[in-house]
Design a protein around this ligand. Structure first.
Ligand SMILES: NC(=O)c1ccc[n+]([C@@H]2O[C@H](COP(=O)([O-])OP(=O)(O)OC[C@H]3O[C@@H](n4cnc5c(N)ncnc54)[C@H](OP(=O)(O)O)[C@@H]3O)[C@@H](O)[C@H]2O)c1
Length: 352
């Protein structure tokens, strides 16, 4: 095994970026050499302080030019929204880019951006790779891994269940439309619905992996459940009668049959506070494959000795990408998909 160290830059320090800093600080495989922030109040702070750990001697800056000029093997790129021009600038500077911010499988939706990224990889002699938990793992890498032990596949269902008040940042309440009037919510575009091109990458990756072509992806169903009473949270309450849970369903059709069905289910309570009395249970990813043999897999946090259990969504998101950094840095230049990397061999996870 290689004990090589990779010099990394953390690009933005939101929930995913902070998980990145904590890992880079703890894991000897990585040497954190720069941190870029957008928020003025984080400029000049130690990266460890931003990420909720001890100071680590790396000071955050908002000077993009200085960070682009920093010598590093890889940028862990986790801004709120990917800027393709910036990613290309980093690649042209010779730095590999690994990101959770959207791209990971070439589809028609991202053809133009993908072409720019490939050209920048060639120019800079660098590589690009996208990953995460979903999309980028739970709905593509994981079902394909299960498919490896099956003899026939009829339909693949992926259920993403999130207990928003327990396992997501509070800003999700507003930006996902909880507390809205039901009819208004159902008549407007939803944040999750707007994300379909990103999740469609997972469906295309699954189909590509199974050697079939998707005819069409339909976004047929959005359901909501309303609160039967005020549901309190740290900054107020979701009012009785307003949207308190939402379910989105997208289907990828192959040869006239539904081959892949993604269910995104975000709830702020259980059957006691919802109408209809939805009971989706705890935050988790659940893959159900109808076929031979019928197979199911659930991925969730581990209950701790004190009885608590939380959803490690952000650490999973960060690590899904970070664990590929060594192989991305060591690979020939280009856009490296999950298929290009094959079975990733994480480095530095087993340590004293
Ligand atoms: N594939 C997956 O599984 C998955 C899962 C979760 C998230 N993601 C993606 O990963 C990325 C990071 O997620 P996150 O939850 O960490 O994001 P986030 O917390 O919402 O934001 C990331 C950071 O972007 C910077 N930022 C905020 N507003 C900005 C603005 N107006 N202009 C420029 N920068 C701004 C801030 O950096 P500073 O705080 O450093 O100033 C912020 O902390 C996002 O693109 C998200 O969609 C992917």
């Amino acid at each position: 095994m290689s004990d090589k160290t990779y010099r990394v830059i953390q690009w933005m320090t939101g929930d995913v970026g902070q998980a990145g800093i904590r890992h880079f600080a703890a894991c000897p495989t990585f040497d954190l050499v720069g941190v870029l922030v957008h928020s003025k109040d984080k400029v000049g702070k130690d990266a460890g302080e931003i990420a909720g750990i001890e100071p680590i001697g790396v000071i955050a800056t908002d000077d993009v030019g200085a960070v682009v000029a920093t010598d590093a093997d890889c940028v862990f790129y986790t801004p709120i929204i990917m800027d393709v021009a910036t990613v290309c600038r980093l690649l042209r500077s010779g730095k590999n880019v690994v990101t959770t911010a959207g791209f990971f499988h070439p589809t028609e939706d991202f053809r133009a951006a993908g072409d720019q990224i490939r050209a920048a990889c060639t120019e800079g002699g660098a590589s690009f790779h996208g990953g995460g938990i979903h999309p980028g793992y739970a709905g593509d890498v994981l079902p394909l891994t299960l498919a490896r032990v099956m003899s026939r596949i009829d339909t693949i269902h992926l259920y993403e269940v999130v207990e928003v008040l327990k396992d997501a940042p509070l800003d999700h309440i507003d930006w996902m439309g909880f507390g809205k009037d039901k009819d208004a919510f159902l008549s407007e575009p939803t944040i999750l619905g707007l994300g379909l091109p990103y999740f469609a990458q997972s469906m295309h990756m699954l189909a590509d992996g199974l050697g079939v072509a998707i005819d069409e992806i339909t976004a047929a169903e959005v359901d909501v459940a309303v609160a039967v009473e005020d549901i309190a949270h740290d900054e107020g309450a979701i009012a009785r009668g307003t949207v308190a849970a939402q379910r989105h369903q997208w289907t990828a059709w192959v040869d006239g049959r539904p081959l892949i069905v993604f269910h995104a289910i975000y709830v702020t309570g259980g059957p006691d506070v919802l109408e209809p009395a939805w009971d989706w249970g705890a935050t988790r990813y659940r893959i159900v494959i109808d076929g031979d043999p019928p197979t199911e897999l659930t991925m969730q946090g581990l209950r701790q000795p004190d009885g608590t259990m939380s959803h490690p969504g952000y650490p999973w998101t960060a690590m899904g990408a970070i664990n590929a950094i060594p192989e991305v840095c060591d690979a020939p230049a280009g856009w490296l998909t999950h298929f290009d990397l094959g079975l990733v061999k994480p480095r530095g996870l087993v340590r004293k």
